[in-house]
Every structure is written in C-alpha cells, then in structure tokens.
Write a protein that binds this ligand. Structure first.
Ligand code: PLP
Length: 372
C-alpha cells in the first residue's frame, strides 16, 4: 500500500513503538500512586511533558495531557467560556476550523454565547480586516488554526493573537497539523496538539496553556493533571507522545527538507488538468489538495484500493457531505466532490508519490473515457 493520508494520521515511528513497549508491557504502575513504581512512571510522564513543551517551543506556559486534541479544544473553548469576565460573551473563529472547534462553538451558542465565524477567501485565508472589524470588548476568545487539515494553508497566527490581545481577548490555536511541520509562532495563550499527527500514538493530545490563561476544568474527578484535568494518565501514551515530540524537534530540518523535495517532485508529476485547492504558497507542502473537473473522487478511492488518500477531511469522509472547507473557499459541491487530499511526509518516498500520482491520474483518465 502507498500511504498518502498523513493529515488523517501518521505512521508510528519505530523509535516511538520501542519507547512505549516497556510501559505497555511490564511497567504497569499507576503514575499517580506513591509507590516506587508509581514514582518511576510519574517521572517518565514528566520527561514526556517537557519533550512535548520543547516541540511546541513557546515560553511562559505548560502542557496538560488530554485524551485527544479534540478534548484539548473542547476544554480550551468551554473552560474559557466558563471563566469569561462579565460582559465578554463572544468567541470569534474561522469557517475552516476543524469540527472539534466548530461543533463546540455551536454547542456554546446553544448555551447562550455569541459566536462569530469569519469567512475565508479562495486561498483559504481570512482577511485580517474582517477580524479587526469584529474585535471589541465583548470578545473573550479568538480561535484559529495554524495549518488547515484539509487544504494545508497556514494562517497568520501571530497577527491574529496580537489583535485578539489588543482587544483584551485570549487566543486559542489548533496547532494539530502544525506541530513538527511549521514553527508555532509566539502569541497564542492556548495551543492544542495531538500525538498521532507527529508519528506518535492515537488517543493522546495536549493543551499548552500560558500561565494565568488556564481554562476551567471540564473533566472532573481525581484532578491528576495538577487539578485541571482528571483521569489516570497512560505512561505508555505519554512516553510515546514525548518520544514523537523529541524526534520532531531533532528532525525538524530533515523532515522539512524531505517534504519540500516531495512537493517539488509532485509539482513536476502533476498533470495540468489538476488544480491546487487553497494557496500553493502559504501552505504546508506535505498537503496536496487537488481537483480535476468532472472526476468522481469517491470512485477514485474505490478504484485505487492500494493507495491510501482522502476525499477531504477524514472526519467528513463517508458522511456524504461535501467538505465545509472546500465550500468555504468557494468551490461548488461538484468541484468539492472532484477533489482529493494527498498527505505525505517522513516515510514517503519520491517513487511512491510519483507512482500514486500516476495511478490517480490514469484512473481519472479512465473515468473520463468511460463518460465520453
Ligand atoms: N484539529 C485538527 C486540525 C485535526 O486535523 C484533528 C484531527 O484530525 C483534530 C483537531 C483532532 O485531533 P484528535 O484526533 O487528537 O482528536
């Protein structure tokens, strides 16, 4: 199989699997218990925490582990809303955010909070003027992602955070697709990340919180994460996340150069009937979201069983709904349904990518011939 779905999830790095093994097998102690074994597990969790903090690379805050980035985003939004000062009842976000943000905002709207959703242009980016116009002293939080999961475009997070702060609001950044791929700019007060997008295990994420900007807890119980998030941590998952973060930090340049090479090769191989969705320049180059007029991409996926790629966001796949991101950049339902997302990275070879692009193109040709 040729795996080209790096935005959905990434292959677990061999070093990560190796680091996790003892914690999944013999080292089973509860990291919150006072025994010597518990203390050993707790120490491993703390090493992992600092590895994740180093990969995030921001000063003046710390990380709490969560069960996913979805949980981290729910926590950041709901917990900030709960702490919001009198009169600050509004959250501003962007039309192309992940469902973990948009659906949580919709839920908050049902609880009486005001939600403003900024549109994006055809390049997938917001107009800063729109944000400036919306910001006032009713806003508690601005939520914007660093790298879009469907089309890979990179938002100006530092600028968004500075404007939010200027209006006395906090800024939440979903950096799930950015961590290890694009430097996280200074500015956000809250940052959500996920291990499985950086060659770590699934079902562990983290919320980085600037000191003093911690949201109210949403999961109550034993208070294991310094009173802010309850639930017994899994040392195996934390260690896996930590190792993945360490590798991402060490390999930052090498991974970046490799992705740039793959992108350049893809640009040579891509036939001129394919159009890139979203900005080609302000984009993480490990994401190639393309469309070709008239192609039924659901059929492409079915025809090409040994190439793994996506129709848009993995979460939306199978729902039959055209991607909200592709609609937001102005594509018709038809254009959105003729789009595919190819994601590649550390373990993808140039030969695999070129081979897959050739097969996708040939399958699209076959559809065209059949339709003619
Ligand atoms: N945010 C973005 C941009 C994502 O791509 C994803 C995963 O697809 C998430 C949030 C949710 O992450 P998790 O799978 O850890 O819940």
């Amino acid at each position: 199989m040729i795996y080209l779905d790096y935005q959905a999830t990434t292959p677990v790095a061999p070093e990560v699997a190796e680091a996790m093994r003892p914690w999944a097998e013999e080292k089973f102690a509860n990291p919150h218990s006072p025994s010597r074994w518990g203390a050993e597990a707790a120490a491993a969790v703390e090493v992992a925490r600092s590895q994740v903090e180093r990969a995030i690379g921001l000063d003046g805050g710390s990380v709490a582990f969560t069960g996913s980035a979805t949980e981290a985003l729910n926590w950041a939004l709901k917990g900030t809303a709960e702490n919001a000062p009198e009169g600050r009842n509004r959250i501003i976000t962007v039309a192309t955010e992940h469902a973990a943000v948009l659906d949580t905002c919709e839920w908050l709207a049902g609880q009486g909070f005001d939600i403003t959703i900024l549109p994006v242009a055809t390049d997938g980016l917001i107009a800063i003027e729109d944000l400036k116009r919306e910001l006032d002293d009713s806003v508690m939080l601005v939520a914007a992602m660093l790298v879009n999961n469907e089309i890979g475009v990179i938002h100006s997070i530092a600028e968004v955070a500075a404007l939010a702060h200027g209006a006395g609001a906090l800024m939440l950044c979903d950096a799930v697709q950015g961590l290890g791929r694009v430097a996280i700019p200074n500015g956000p007060d809250l940052v959500a990340v996920s291990a499985h997008k950086i060659h770590g295990p699934k079902a562990i994420g983290a919320l980085w919180m600037r000191d003093g900007a911690q949201p109210a807890p949403i999961i109550h119980g034993g208070g294991q994460e310094r009173g802010m998030r309850s639930g017994t941590l899994s040392p195996a998952l934390c260690v896996g996340f930590g190792e993945a973060a360490k590798l991402a930090t060490q390999r930052e340049q090498a991974d970046h150069d490799h992705v740039e090479q793959l992108w350049a090769r893809a640009m040579q191989a891509l036939g001129d009937r394919w159009t890139i969705n979203g900005s080609a320049e302000r984009r993480y180059h490990g994401n190639l979201n393309i469309r070709r007029a008239g192609v039924d991409t659901a059929r492409l996926v079915a025809d090409l069983r040994d190439v793994a790629f996506s129709l848009g966001s993995a979460c939306a796949s199978g729902s039959g709904r055209p991607s909200h991101v592709l609609r937001a950049i102005g594509l018709s339902g038809r254009e959105a349904r003729s789009s595919v997302r190819l994601g590649f990275g550390r373990y993808t070879t140039e030969a695999e990518l070129v081979d897959a692009l050739g097969r996708i193109d040939a399958a699209a040709d076959a559809q065209e011939k059949f339709a003619a």
